[in-house]
Design a protein around this ligand. Sequence first.
Ligand code: HEC
Ligand code: HEC
Ligand code: HEC
Ligand code: HEC
Ligand code: HEC
Ligand code: HEC
Ligand code: HEC
Length: 404
Amino acid sequence: MLWMVWDAFQATPMMADAVPRMALSAAPSGASPADVSRRFAENLPPRIQQAVAGWNQLISANFAGDQACAECHEKEYEAHLRSGHSRTLTRIDESSLANKLAETRHYQDPRRDQVFEFSQTAGSLWVRDAANASGVVVPVTWLLGSGTHAQTPIAIDESTQSGVELRWSYFANRDQLGLTPDHERFDEFAVGTIECFGRPMDAADMRACLGCHSTLTPPPSLPLINSLVVANVGCERCHGPRKKHVELAHLGHAEEAKPMLRYETAETYMDACSTCHRDESSVKPDATPNELVRFQPYGIKRSRCYLESPDKMTCSTCHDPHDTVSHNRAVSIDQCKQCHGDASSSECSHQPTGDCIDCHMPAVEWTSGIAFHDHWIRIPDAFSSDDSAADLTASDSPHNNGGK
Ligand code: HEC
Ligand code: HEC
Ligand code: HEC
Ligand code: HEC
Ligand code: HEC
Ligand code: HEC
Ligand code: HEC
């Protein structure tokens, strides 16, 4: 998502290579993450230190923070607190999961002959595996995900600008730890390396994770320092920096600070959400049908509802983008009936009074008991007899995608 301040920052020439690098083999053992971080920041070359200060100034000059919006936009503010958007990225020391794990102490990996041990000191949750990586303790940095479905921990080692996506995640439906989705691919690992703990990540990997789960993540021209991240998908991720708007609003001139991001057409709207929720341009080519159901813009943009009601359908047709998803089916069915059921559009020829969602947007399991509603609204495969539907099924259906 490109903002003016971001662009200006990208244009400033700075060399990421000036950041010292080390091989990630043994994470620093036992030192408080805050101390490690402070030492790292102090030892950066002066030019990079200046750039870091510049980034901090840009943020404080342009961004007001969610709290600043509460006094005038109470409704959106309260809704946002209910939404997962306000909790997509939690510092481990501020999570309740850390306490829980420190009490549980051990976790047996379900696929490897490996036991992880947890402890909690110096404001962090530490993980160790004495048998396979003796002398190494990994301080967990962030939890990604609100916990509506799941939370996955990552550890960032600022001094090496590398990290690891841990092999275990928390699953809310079972209220316990389990294998991080996709980690079946990493059952084999090299003893004594960071692979013991999960999937190694370079700076670009970590920036990608944080980028979709935060309001601001420092660009590649800056070192990835945890304190430079503005966590969670806050108001200003979607509305752009609003400090000026807040100042002008206090003087009674709110309208003079125009919005940074526009949701005027269905296309610009869908693009804004797709930067994170993903559409056809950003899904991986090898994504399986079950994975694709996680990507709502991908689905909506393929459905005839979207394609044949030009500029009328966006996520807001059915959701308040500020709020958590409603599971009230009567409301959802009414939303379908806004378009289906009057003379301007078709009515269901099969079961027009039934629960539209069960048949046309069924819940599909993605992984480990986590299901998403398929946003590619269409006639269930088994019934598609109509030519256009058959065409779609034959050529485009993810169910026929390479036989996966
Ligand atoms: C002191 C009161 C006040 C504060 C604080 C405030 N706003 Fe507003 N905001 C307003 C008013 C008044 C309007 C209507 C302006 C108009 O008529 O265009 C508005 C309009 C908006 C709009 C809709 C129009 C647009 O520009 O897109 C958005 C979005 C918005 N504000 C976001 C925010 C966010 C985000 C924050 C916090 C960072 C915030 N506001 C803080 C008073 C405030
Ligand atoms: C910066 C990335 C980002 C952008 C941009 C974004 N989202 Fe999200 N959204 C997320 C993440 C991450 C979650 C998962 C939160 C969680 O773990 O529960 C999420 C969750 C949601 C949810 C579920 C919330 C809940 O509590 O049930 C809805 C609905 C949603 N997004 C709608 C939208 C819409 C509509 C837009 C565009 C106007 C949008 N999002 C833009 C990242 C983003
Ligand atoms: C392209 C943007 C994007 C990237 C990159 C990304 N996420 Fe997400 N993530 C989302 C969105 C959007 C959601 C909400 C939709 C969903 O739940 O799948 C989400 C949800 C989650 C959830 C909650 C479980 C769930 O599926 O609801 C976890 C955990 C998570 N992400 C972890 C990660 C981790 C770890 C990384 C980096 C390895 C990462 N994400 C990278 C956009 C992204
Ligand atoms: C995920 C993206 C997203 C986030 C986060 C978000 N908004 Fe919005 N907001 C939108 C969209 C999209 C609209 C356009 C109207 C709609 O679709 O409902 C909007 C509209 C608004 C409006 C205009 C409402 C109206 O009735 O005209 C205000 C005010 C506003 N948002 C304030 C906020 C505040 C305050 C926060 C944080 C507490 C916030 N928004 C967080 C996406 C977001
Ligand atoms: C903004 C208007 C709009 C909304 C809201 C809407 N649709 Fe549609 N839908 C259409 C249009 C337009 C078409 C294509 C022409 C037609 O069938 O009338 C369509 C087509 C369909 C089709 C036929 C798809 C195919 O591939 O042949 C189904 C099934 C359908 N809609 C179900 C739903 C359901 C279920 C909902 C609610 C979750 C819904 N629609 C919400 C406008 C809408
Ligand atoms: C035609 C209506 C409709 C539109 C348009 C729509 N959704 Fe949904 N969405 C639903 C329904 C229905 C559910 C399931 C609600 C329930 O659990 O009962 C849902 C669920 C979700 C969830 C929760 C996870 C899941 O799949 O169950 C997220 C996140 C979400 N939608 C995001 C989006 C985003 C982002 C967009 C825009 C790209 C969007 N939706 C557009 C109807 C819609
Ligand atoms: C029990 C499953 C089921 C339920 C519930 C259901 N549908 Fe359908 N719907 C179907 C099937 C199957 C077809 C295809 C029928 C055919 O081709 O003969 C269909 C067809 C449609 C069509 C395309 C009609 C056409 O002639 O192009 C629309 C639009 C539609 N449904 C909307 C809805 C809406 C809106 C609801 C909720 C009020 C709903 N459906 C409830 C199974 C269902």
